[in-house]
Design a binder for this molecule. Sequence first.
Ligand code: G4P
Length: 528
Amino acid sequence: MTTEYTRKCFAIIAHPDAGKTTLTEKLLLFGGAIQQAGEVKARGERRRARSDWMKVEQERGISVASSVMTFEYEKTKFNLLDTPGHEDFSEDTYRVLTAVDSAVMVLDGAKGIETQTKKLFEVCRLRNIPILTFINKLDRESLDTFLLLDDIEKTLALDVTPASWPIGSGKEFMGCYDLINDQLILMNKNDKSHINSTIEVIKGIDDPKIDKLIPSYLAEKLREDIMMVKELCPAFDVQSYLDGSLTPVFFGSAMNNFGVKEVLDGLLKFAPTPRPAPTTTREVSPEEDKVSGFIFKIQANMDPKHRDRIAFMRICSGHFKRGMKLLQVRSGKDIKVPTPVMFMAQDRELAEDAFAGDIIGIPNHGQLRIGDTLSEGEKFSFTGIPTFAPELLKSVRATDPLKSKHLGNALQQIAEEGGASIFKPVIGSEWIVGVVGTLQFDVMADRIKNEFNIPVIFEQTQYYTARWVSCDDSAVMKKFMETNQGSIAEDHDSEVVFLARNAWHLSKIQEDFPKLVLNKTREQTFNK
Ligand code: G4P
């Protein structure tokens, strides 16, 4: 694939069960990346079957691992970044959202905005990511359409404009009135083909043809609704969408292939191509010749046969070619990239070329970290990759003491992937793990048991919170270290961390050592 393709890199955000997987699959189907519905799930299941630790996904019905899916549609290359759905994995999801230029928000028509939708939306808002909304499951009883729009507008403080309008809902759902192109799109309930709709060209909402195509009471309601919509909702304005202040709303049923093509056409027509990316020194334009990008995700053991680790890089500028040497800005070292991979649907292939808006996977043995910038020599770092303070701390130990030594390796790997923070107190032999959501402890325990064959248990710890410590005055740092040995630990990179026993302990240290900088995340320390 070459530059002749426009790139559109996006993610789907949704509360679990709203229909993200189904919509993903249907988008890939329209894009020709898969041949039949069910493949995303089927492949997902095969992958799960191969990889034991993913059992946790099956048991809990959540998707822990995320990946990139690429498909082409109308001479445009779409890179769809999958996001894990469960809120305890939002660290990963949030980072994925730094690598996209727009998002599709999927809502269940019977539920409207749910907790996870709101959280994910807030992340998109931080970067003003344009959002296209798809209200799904219209083939089931749904909330009133005006209520749904009102819910989005009020809950998210976002302007809303319907791009289509549903005709009936539940068993009576017949299709939509396309407000952008003034046409009727009717669902073919008996047609199991690819494009499960018939487009009826009509001359505006008063066209008598409508009365021939849908029952008169639905036609009457449709006309009333459309009149109200035109009064109440702002007209669709592309710039407001691109600014992230207005979302066009599409209605449909992903399961029935209905409304999916409209979403895809909406993305094709309106979604932004790669945007300039901010760095510590300047903004990088996607048109620049020199290659640059950042790592937003690390995944170990994607293929259990090879204990490899893939760093996902979002290309922000330039023409990347296989075999290139890139500067890892953090370490100052060059990294050769002989075997970059790209992802077609869920298959991997070698990436010969890549351009701004593409995602490549770089196999490596742990040199690459989340947040790393790679460039053709220029020393800047991309900014805005969120980091999370580990809010919950527990100590972890192997149930078999003979395996304690290996536990360190397992924890190290998980910490490098960004799955949790780990701390080794300088006194004693325990390990402390810090996470953002409690479910992460369960997933870690499963991974350590299945991947490393070390059964572990997590236990309450005396520590309350962790702070990465830095100080410009080495004498102050030395004194702090000497007088607080019992509360000092190292993270997986040997960075100094202060483990406070309670809030009072934390503020006391700050009082006693005013020159000490206590950071909630390690990246704050690195970016200082
Ligand atoms: P998620 O990735 O957002 O968690 O949702 P997913 O696509 O897995 O969909 C959740 C459930 O909703 C699935 O049912 C799916 O079939 C169903 N669904 C998706 N789109 C529609 C739709 O347009 N209409 C209706 N009625 N249902 C829809 P499930 O029973 O959990 O799984 P399955 O056995 O159907 O695969």
